[in-house]
Design a protein around this ligand. Structure first.
Ligand SMILES: [Zn+2]
Length: 64
């Protein structure tokens, strides 16, 4: 009855960006605007390395 869950190391699909504090969907974390590119996804006409060009990062949430 075990559902296939991501989190294993066997060819998962979740890739963390440098700006991510945790994998998407991790309890206690949420999507936030990338502080480096301010959500634009680009810095100096290049894809933002912090969020991999997504403009968003996964950040830890303070409290509930
Ligand atoms: Zn960014």
């Amino acid at each position: 009855m075990a559902e296939p869950k991501e989190g294993g190391r066997a060819g998962g699909g979740t890739k963390l960006n440098p700006g991510d504090a945790a994998a998407p969907g991790t309890p206690g974390t949420g999507e936030a605007i990338c502080p480096d590119c301010e959500g634009k996804g680009r810095v100096a006409n290049r894809p933002c390395p912090n969020c991999d060009g997504t403009g968003k990062v996964v950040a830890g949430l303070a409290g509930g």
